[in-house]
Design a protein around this ligand. Structure first.
Ligand SMILES: Cc1cc2nc3c(=O)[nH]c(=O)nc-3n(C[C@H](O)[C@H](O)[C@H](O)COP(=O)(O)OP(=O)(O)OC[C@H]3O[C@@H](n4cnc5c(N)ncnc54)[C@H](O)[C@@H]3O)c2cc1C
Length: 406
């Protein structure tokens, strides 16, 4: 029997799940296509998850509205109270600093484990009245003037007004909708691992731009623990993955200005690595199709923004659907164009900023090194510019001291 709904969301990563919940909360009948259905109340993992996200204010606000934020285990969420960004200047250059006090917010961001987030999303989905979970992978899709139909590998057809592609970087929906992409590999992998630290991190997220050795971030976890994301060129990433945990700890202990003392790798005591690439979709929409999350854009994780962009896509899609004309259905072309327009600036800005920073800080040219470090020192002395940067990085809900939205 054909399943009929208003919107079919394909892809059950965190963005797809949150998208389905948000659309259902707006009163729409949603089908969420997931290769595997959420486990019923799986016990929380004992180990610290190697996948963690720095979620900003926009993400927190959406997840709170969906009652997902409060369903997460709060004892495993760490607030980021400050950021210290270290350039690769030869000597005596202090880090570029951002802090929650300066931004007049309770925290710049929150570090959340993937498992904590997904367990809360799964629990919310089990109780969501407007979401029908359909197990399977989409293998065929067909759009007519007024409907879209998806066929799953199980043979199950789903008919809807709008198809939402939330199926990740290699989006099947994007390909089927004939939306082209600009794809560039960074020739880097992000090596991730968790560590216990000898001294408290005081809620500081630290980042080091190491030129030819890539970019290291140590993000605070609850207690005296930190999570590493080292965006390393392929050969170095391979070496980091091969070497003994003690050697990786030593490398991190030697980072200039590192204030955490001795580090010990936490179980599973073996890092994981993720290939890094820039993926720019030619469009966020096609006939009866909207893309959200990594299906729509993949950025370098140096600013910790991919998931945040995905959650902001959901907000924008809801707003566009909310403003559609009364006679229009959910896949109406003008509504989709409004969604695409509303995301254009922020997505482009984040793509340009993360890509530009990555290129700027990987250059080995001496004049470039000097300029980038001078630039960081200058930003540190310009409160207005710092506030603008913070508003973009940590969510536009941050307010300027005049009370205006930044
Ligand atoms: C090292 C690293 C660190 C990061 N840190 C941060 C951070 O601090 N903050 C931040 O905001 N972002 C961060 N990101 C980015 C973030 O991880 C991604 O943006 C986010 O996970 C994308 O989620 P998604 O739901 O869009 O896609 P995915 O998580 O890739 O989910 C896609 C889903 O679609 C399913 N699917 C695929 N094809 C089909 C099909 N044909 N039918 C049905 N289902 C299908 C897949 O099984 C999968 O479940 C980081 C990324 C990396 C690599």
């Amino acid at each position: 029997m054909t399943i009929t709904c208003d919107i079919c969301v394909i892809g059950s990563g965190a963005v797809g799940k949150a998208g389905a919940l948000a659309l259902a909360r707006a009163g729409l009948q949603v089908a969420l296509v997931a290769p595997a259905l959420p486990a019923q109340d799986a016990p929380p993992p004992a180990d610290w998850d190697l996948r963690v996200y720095a979620l900003n204010h926009v993400a927190r606000s959406l997840l709170s509205t969906l009652r997902v934020w409060d369903a997460m285990d709060a004892t495993r969420i760490a607030a980021v109270d400050a950021m210290a960004i270290h350039g690769d200047a030869a000597a005596n250059a202090g880090p570029l600093g951002f802090d929650a006090y300066g931004a007049r917010v309770d925290a710049l961001a929150w570090i959340v484990e993937d498992s904590n987030l997904n367990r809360a999303l799964d629990a919310a989905l089990r109780f969501a009245s407007g979401v029908r979970l359909v197990q399977g992978s989409a293998v065929q899709m067909h759009c007519t003037a007024d409907r879209a139909t998806v066929m799953l590998d199980s043979g199950q057809p789903i008919e809807c007004s709008l198809l939402v592609g939330a199926d990740g970087a290699h989006s099947w929906v994007r390909t089927q909708a004939d939306i082209g992409v600009d794809y560039r590999s960074y020739g880097q992998r992000a090596v991730v691992a968790n560590f216990a630290c000898e001294r408290p991190h005081h809620g500081v997220a630290s980042q080091w731009f190491l030129g030819a050795e890539g970019i290291v971030a140590l993000l605070p976890l609850s207690g005296e623990r930190v999570s590493l994301v080292w965006s390393a060129p392929e050969p170095l990433a391979a070496a980091l993955m091969r070497e003994a945990p003690e050697r990786l700890c030593e490398r991190l202990q030697q980072l200039p200005g590192q204030a955490l003392g001795a580090l010990t790798m936490l179980p599973p005591a073996a890092p994981r690595a993720f290939p890094l690439r820039l993926i720019r979709s030619a469009s966020l929409v096609a006939h009866r199709v909207a893309l959200i999350g990594d299906a729509a854009h993949v950025v370098h994780p140096l600013a910790g923004q991919g998931m945040n962009l995905g959650f902001a896509d959901i907000d924008a899609l809801l707003a566009a659907l909310g403003r559609r004309e009364q006679a229009a259905d959910y896949g109406d072309a003008r509504t989709l164009a409004r969604y695409a327009r509303s995301r254009k600036e922020e997505v482009l800005l984040m793509q340009v900023a993360t890509d530009g920073l990555q290129r700027l800080f990987s250059s080995e040219l001496e004049p470039v090194k000097v300029v980038r470090n001078l630039g960081m020192a200058a930003i540190d002395r310009l409160p207005f510019l710092k506030r603008r940067l913070m508003a973009h990085a940590f969510g536009r809900s941050l307010y300027s001291p005049t009370g205006e939205k930044s």
